[in-house]
Write a protein that binds this ligand. Structure first.
Ligand SMILES: Cc1cc2nc3c(=O)[nH]c(=O)nc-3n(C[C@H](O)[C@H](O)[C@H](O)COP(=O)(O)OP(=O)(O)OC[C@H]3O[C@@H](n4cnc5c(N)ncnc54)[C@H](O)[C@@H]3O)c2cc1C
Length: 382
């Protein structure tokens, strides 16, 4: 079976690897560099703390594979617990945490409630005084997302996939063919058709997925939205016992990082143009994040880098993964959780292309494609 994968982010390279090792003939097209788009801008927070059965399954499989791959190439999965909490007085989110944790535990996730005294003892670097309800996920870690994409690209090549970087393509949905967007010959076939034919095309083009499919006349309900992150210095003694954490009331997260720490939030709840958006972080984001870090950590160092990137929303916050029409597959719409699930999502996308759909819950044909919906923050627990 000959398969084109469009997109060399974490999901596309994983799918290319899983297709190639199952003997598909794979060509992956990436218009920039491997991991150069959203994947390279991700925070690298990894956990399996999901309550819905399919999400918990995907999360568990992703953590299992991250651990398997750890140590290969430059990729390293660093075990780090993940704490999420609602502050005192935020009853709405406190109830949500109270409700989620037993459901996650029922699905076999290693999660438990923790009170501020437990947290203070275990993670003294952080001020937990205003915490109302908190939970800790133990099956969690952190990494450099680019190192994962590079490793999986290398593994895909070793398994026989051909990776064509610096090649932007369009698709012909009716002929299941791929052509270069610049009109140059991309290895056109001898049968008179313009594009290069495949048995299947997997579109894993991140924020460009909707536009690419729309150009081929296939509407999908996806909306890219902008999020922001920064790194800042932090004393080694504080970094040593810093968990990853998400303040659900404040809507921001932080994690240890080689620079000290990495923190982010900044979801713009509006659709972004994937070809025209501001790559730098906003001044206001940096100022607000500094205040939040000062409140949570006391002292920390100067902001080192700050940036923005795109995530992709769907109407029901669940991904679109599977066949859209004969031979045309999609894998996108991760709502800010694409990197941490990529080892499982890429694998599932590969299996769907090969005819066995392990995630029917994410069937993209559940939508018409023209649904109206609002962008809501990815990590929000509501
Ligand atoms: C600041 C920030 C922090 C984040 N933190 C986390 C986190 O901690 N954990 C987490 O799970 N997720 C996080 N995310 C989300 C995560 O980055 C994405 O969900 C994930 O990287 C998506 O991977 P992908 O492979 O689907 O898409 P991408 O990495 O965007 O890859 C798609 C690729 O397709 C290519 N492409 C597009 N159009 C074409 C075309 N026509 N021809 C050829 N190639 C094309 C693009 O160049 C791109 O490289 C974060 C995102 C941002 C911006």
């Amino acid at each position: 079976m000959r398969v084109a994968v469009i997109g060399g982010g974490a999901v596309g390279v994983t799918a290319a690897y899983d297709l190639a090792r199952r003997d598909a003939e794979v060509v992956l097209y990436e218009k920039g560099e491997i991991g150069g788009a959203s994947t390279g801008r991700a925070a690298g927070i990894l956990y399996d703390a999901f309550a819905a059965p399919e999400d918990a399954r995907v999360g568990a499989r992703a953590m299992e594979r991250f651990r398997q791959f750890s140590g290969e190439g430059d990729f390293e999965f660093r075990e780090t617990p993940y704490v999420w909490f609602a502050r005192e007085g935020d009853e709405k989110r406190a109830d949500l945490v109270r409700e989620q944790v037993p459901r996650m535990a029922e699905r076999g996730r290693d999660v438990s409630f923790a009170d501020p005294a437990d947290l203070r003892e275990r993670f003294p670097a952080i001020d937990w005084d205003d915490v109302g309800v908190a939970a800790v996920a133990e099956n969690a870690g952190r990494t450099d997302p680019g190192s994962y994409a590079d490793l999986l690209a290398e593994k895909a090549r070793e398994a026989g996939a051909e990776l064509r970087t610096g090649v932007e393509v369009r698709i012909d949905a009716d002929d299941v063919a791929v052509e270069r967007a610049d009109g140059e010959d991309g290895g056109a076939p001898a049968d008179g058709r313009e594009g290069e034919p495949f048995d299947a095309i997997l579109v894993a083009a991140g924020a460009h997925t909707k536009r690419l499919l729309a150009m081929a006349g296939v509407p999908v309900p996806l909306k890219p939205y902008r999020v922001q992150a920064l790194t800042a210095g932090l004393a080694d003694r504080k970094r040593a016992d810093l968990p990853m954490c998400y303040d659900a009331t404040g809507g921001y997260y932080l994690r240890p990082h080689p620079a000290g720490l990495l923190a982010g939030d900044g979801t713009e709840e509006v659709e972004s143009d994937p070809d025209d958006w501001k790559r730098d972080a906003d001044r206001e984001f940096r100022a607000v994040t500094r205040d939040r870090l000062a409140r949570r950590l006391g002292e920390f160092g100067a902001v080192r880098e700050s940036w923005a990137g795109l995530c992709v929303a769907t109407p029901d916050r669940d991904p679109l993964l599977g066949e859209l029409r004969d031979g045309l597959h999609v894998a996108a719409g991760w709502q800010g959780h694409g990197f941490m699930r990529s080892p499982a999502l890429g694998e599932a996308a590969a299996e769907a292309v090969l005819g066995d759909n392990p995630l029917p819950e994410f069937d993209p044909t559940r939508f018409e494609g023209d649904e109206e919906f609002d962008v809501v923050e990815g990590m929000a627990i509501e």
